[in-house]
Design a protein around this ligand. Sequence first.
Ligand code: B4P
Length: 183
Amino acid sequence: MRVVFVGPPGAGKGTQAENIVRDYGLFHLSTGDALRAAVKAQTPIGQEAEKYMSAGALVPDEIVIGVVVERLDEAKDGCLLDGFPRTIAQAEELDRILAEKNAPLDVVLELDVPEEELFKRLASRGRADDNPEVIKQRLVAYHNQTEPLVGYYTGKGVLRKIDGLGTVEEIYGRIKAVLDEFK
Ligand code: B4P
């Protein structure tokens, strides 16, 4: 099963991804985690990515795509792409890579959470990019660059919207109900 997770910052993608990979045995690729690891290790990619992440901007497509291509070969028995793609260019590149492998996406989960709740969640977490100014920028980037993916994947007939309000368990129950259709 190949699954993509889309949603605004703080929607709970990382939180729910842990449950999904545990129960469905999928390879988990979080571009946010991969980029944060590169920043921590201060690799050349990390040093470049840090400039964008600390400002709440998306990291340029060519850098992110490089990170994904390197790791996607590990995904033999299905994958959960968490936070990738985040732009139409990334989505088109992903389609090209998956077509080469003859392994199309099964489903794109859109986690839907209202903006005031996102602010609350992120403010209480306190990661380096969770201060109010940077959160605002991340939301602008989401609306301008990532939200168009909802139309893109709706057009391909693979998008499923998940209500992202409620307890982690309630939301996971909604996700499971969708994923079990593809087992
Ligand atoms: P990500 O790591 O993907 O982070 P995110 O979108 O901010 O968070 P996520 O939705 O995973 O939230 P979480 O579960 O942690 O990206 C970080 C940065 O990396 C981006 O801003 C960008 O610069 C860069 N980047 C990553 N991928 C990229 C790409 N493809 N292209 C370009 N740039 C890219 O949840 C947040 C908080 O909410 C947690 O504290 C959690 O405990 C809480 N929470 C979760 N569910 C809850 C619930 N049901 N109720 C209450 N609280 C809840």
